[in-house]
Design a protein around this ligand. Structure first.
Ligand SMILES: [Zn+2]
Length: 238
């Protein structure tokens, strides 16, 4: 058996000015996807449970799946969280801690997206953390970590983002997702040294027993995916 880990960005209606429209999965689309998972008997798990599976423990569920969100957009709280709750599902949100409570300029700075976006505020994060959502780190500034030449900056992205979120939630922050899916051997090593138990990439595929905990694969779900694309990715992709 292999476990699918899905990753989303925005659950919202794409703004007409947005360049990367695929990053938006409409709330209606997301709700249908969750409904299909429920009907098929999937059980959402935490990254802790995923790690147990990777290390060879048998999970007591037939169809485990991990749902994740990158960046920490406000719409994860506004749209995704109520839908997840309605299906009794949980998820993991990887937060860029430098963006908490702000309106995004990160993608604008990187010249890939011109669309300003609201991020989760402290209150949203605390509420979700207290209600079964796993809060995890996506660094502070959404840097390409593999391109950082200053070791202090890399350590800061990993350690300070962890500390900020631990301080906010009062819980251990044990998982990381590499911004842009960009990493190398050094980034993996430093992520481990910073105290994370595992890290997620954007490499396509499902999770198998024995996989490297700092190089966990995921499956991208974007706004262009029909329900058939979605099912194909979950059921047939390896
Ligand atoms: Zn990101």
């Amino acid at each position: 058996m292999k476990i699918p880990v899905l990753y989303y960005h925005k659950i919202d209606y794409p703004k007409s000015t947005a360049v990367l429209k695929g990053l938006y999965v409409k709330p209606k689309q997301f709700k249908l996807q969750m409904k299909v998972l429920k009907i098929l008997g999937y059980r959402t798990i935490t990254p802790y449970e995923l790690l147990l599976f990777v290390k060879g423990h048998k999970l007591p569920f037939k169809k485990p799946i991990l749902i994740t969100f990158d960046d920490g957009y406000k719409n994860n709280y506004t749209y995704a969280y109520p839908i997840l709750k309605s299906f009794d599902f949980t998820a993991t949100i990887f937060i860029s801690s430098g963006c908490i409570g702000k309106t995004n300029t990160i993608m604008e700075k990187n010249g890939k997206e011109n669309q300003a976006e609201d991020f989760l505020d402290k209150k949203n994060i605390i509420e979700m953390s207290e209600n079964g959502i796993t809060i995890a780190s996506h660094g502070i500034n959404h840097y390409f970590l593999n391109e950082l030449t200053d070791d202090g900056v890399l350590a800061g992205e990993l350690l300070a983002s962890k500390a900020i979120l631990e301080d906010l939630t009062g819980k251990k922050i044990d998982f990381f997702s590499y911004p842009y899916g960009a990493y190398n051997a050094k980034v993996m090593r430093e992520t481990k040294n910073a105290g994370y138990k595992g890290a997620f990439t954007t490499n396509k595929g499902k999770i198998a027993v024995g996989d490297n905990s700092y190089e966990l694969k995921r499956i991208s779900i974007n706004g262009h995916n029909t329900i058939l694309n979605f099912l194909y990715k979950i059921i047939f992709l390896h």
